[in-house]
Design a binder for this molecule. Structure first.
Ligand code: NDP
Ligand code: MG
Length: 391
C-alpha cells in the first residue's frame, strides 16, 4: 500500500459488527483514513447516517426497495447511490480506493472480493467465507495482481503479527486459539436442547448473528482453519486448534527451531481491524490494556471434535479439498439460517452439513463457475433435505 498520505477505504458491510467497528477506528484516525465506499444489505437508515457522517464517494444497498429513499437523501450531498449485487461488485473497482474491507457475511463476499483483487485493490479480509469457498482462486488472483490480503479475523491477525520479520522463516505449525464458545463444557445430549438465545450469547465477543452461532458450534473455528491454510500457505497437518477460554492469546506460530510466538491482548476487534487497515504501522489507542493480575491463569484444552462435529467436518472438508469446503460453507449458511428461524435444532446443523458433504459430487479442481454452481446446488439440497426428512 502507499506509504504516505491517507488510505482510501471501501467498507463492504459497513452496517454490521465489523463494519461499524471499522468506522469507529476511522473516526478516531481521520488523518489516516478516508472513506470512499460504504455498503449494506438492507439497513438503509444506518447506511444513510454513516454516509452523512463520512461523506463517501458512493454507497451501495443490496435491497433495491431501499434505493429511492437513500438516493433522495444522499444525492443532494454529492454521494452516488447504487443498488443490487452487481453494483456491489462493480463499486470496488473505483479508482480512488486503496483497500477494500470485506465485512459482509457469507458467500456474498466472494465475487466483490475477486473483482477488487482484479482491479488491484488490497484486501482487508474479514469475510472468511470467501477464502473457505475459493481460497485457491482468491490467493492465486492476489499473487498474480501483487495484491495483499491483510487478515482481520483476530486469530489470523495474530499469526500475521507473529510472522512480521519472519516471512522468510518456514512455519512448522500454527495453533489457532478458540474460546470454546458458550457450550464448551456441554455434552451432546445437552447440546440437543440448547436454544437460539443461549447460542447467541458469546462469552468474550459481540458479533453478528451468523458468526456467533458458528462460534457456538465451533464451525467458526473450522472455517478459520481453512482460512489459515490459504492465508499462510499451510498443509492441513500444520494447523491445530487449541481451546483457550480467556481469549487473551489470539493465536500462536511455531517455527522450525521449536520457538513459538504468540500474540496477546484483550479481545477487541478494533485492534485487528486497524492493524489490517494501517499495516505496517500500529496506531496509538486508549483502549484498556491487558493486566496479568486480572488474568492470573490462562488455560488450554483440547477441542472436542467428537462433540462439536462441525469442527471435524471442516477438517475433513479441508483435507479433501476441491469443492468440499464450498459445500461445507453453503450447507452451513443454510443450517445457521434455519437454526435462527427455529426450524432445526443445534445438533441438526452438523447433521445437515455432513449430509450435504456426502451427497454433493466431488470436484477436485473447481473453476469460479463451478463454485457458483456448487454453492447454488448445495443450498438447494440442504433446503430439500430439511423439507424431506424433517431431519
Ligand atoms: P454482521 O451480520 O454484523 O454484518 C454483515 C454486514 O454485511 C452488514 O453490513 C449487512 O448489511 C451486510 N450484508 C449481509 N448480507 C449481505 C449480502 N448478501 N450482500 C451484501 N451485504 C450483506 O456480520 P459481522 O460483522 O459479524 O461479520 C462480517 C464478516 O466478518 C463475516 O464473514 C464474519 O465471519 C467475519 N468476522 C466477524 C467478526 C466479528 O467480530 N463480528 C470477527 C471475525 C470475522 P445489513 O446491516 O443491512 O444487514
Ligand atoms: Mg476469529
Amino acid at each position: 500500500m502507499k506509504d504516505t498520505g491517507k488510505r482510501h477505504v471501501a467498507i463492504l458491510g459497513s452496517t454490521g459488527s465489523i463494519g461499524t467497528q471499522a468506522l469507529e477506528v476511522i473516526r478516531a484516525n481521520r488523518d489516516r483514513f478516508e472513506v470512499e465506499v460504504l455498503t449494506a444489505g438492507s439497513n438503509d437508515e444506518l447506511l444513510m447516517a454513516q454516509a452523512l457522517e463520512f461523506q463517501p464517494n458512493a454507497v451501495v444497498i443490496l435491497d433495491e426497495s431501499k434505493y429511492q429513499n437513500l438516493k433522495d437523501r444522499l444525492f443532494p450531498e454529492g454521494i452516488k447511490v447504487y443498488c443490487g449485487a452487481a453494483a456491489l461488485s462493480e463499486v470496488v473497482e473505483m479508482e480512488a480506493i486503496d483497500v477494500v474491507l470485506t465485512a459482509l457475511v457469507g458467500f456474498a463476499g466472494l465475487q466483490p472480493t475477486l473483482r477488487a483483487i482484479a482491479a488491484g485493490k488490497h484486501i482487508a479480509l474479514a469475510n472468511k467465507e470467501t477464502l473457505v469457498v475459493a481460497g485457491e482462486l482468491v490467493t492465486a488472483a492476489a499473487r498474480e495482481k501483487g495484491v495483499n490480503i491483510y487478515p482481520v479475523d483476530s486469530e489470523h491477525s495474530a499469526i500475521f503479527q507473529c510472522l512480521m520479520g519472519e516471512f522468510h522463516n518456514p512455519i512448522e505449525k500454527i495453533y489457532l486459539t478458540a474460546s470454546g464458545g458458550p457450550f464448551r463444557e456441554k455434552s451432546i445430549e445437552e447440546l440437543k436442547a440448547v436454544t437460539k438465545a443461549q447460542a447467541l450469547k458469546h462469552p468474550n465477543w459481540v458479533m453478528g448473528a451468523k458468526i456467533t452461532i458458528d462460534s457456538a458450534s465451533l464451525m467458526n473455528k473450522g472455517l478459520e482453519v481453512i482460512e489459515a491454510k490459504w492465508l499462510f500457505a499451510l498443509r492441513p497437518e500444520q494447523i491445530d486448534v487449541i481451546v483457550h477460554p480467556q481469549s487473551i492469546i489470539h493465536s500462536i506460530v511455531q517455527f522450525c527451531d521449536g520457538s513459538m510466538k504468540a500474540q496477546m491482548g484483550l479481545p477487541d476487534m478494533k485492534l485487528p481491524i486497524q492493524f489490517a487497515l494501517g499495516y505496517p504501522d500500529r496506531t496509538s489507542t486508549d483502549f484498556p490494556r491487558f493486566d496479568f493480575m486480572n488474568y492470573p491463569t490462562l488455560t488450554f484444552e483440547k477441542p472436542r471434535r467428537d462433540v462439536f462435529l462441525n469442527l471435524d467436518l471442516a477438517f475433513r472438508a479441508m483435507e479433501r479439498g476441491g469443492n468440499m469446503p464450498c459445500v461445507l460453507n453453503a450447507a452451513n449458511e443454510v443450517a445457521v439460517a434455519l437454526f435462527l428461524q427455529d426450524e432445526i435444532s443445534f445438533m441438526e446443523m452438523p447433521e445437515l452439513v455432513g449430509n450435504c458433504m456426502e451427497k454433493i459430487a466431488f470436484l477436485p479442481k473447481p473453476t469460479l463457475a463451478d463454485y457458483l454452481e456448487c454453492d447454488r446446488e448445495t443450498r438447494a439440497l440442504a433446503t430439500e433435505l430439511k423439507r424431506a426428512v424433517k431431519l
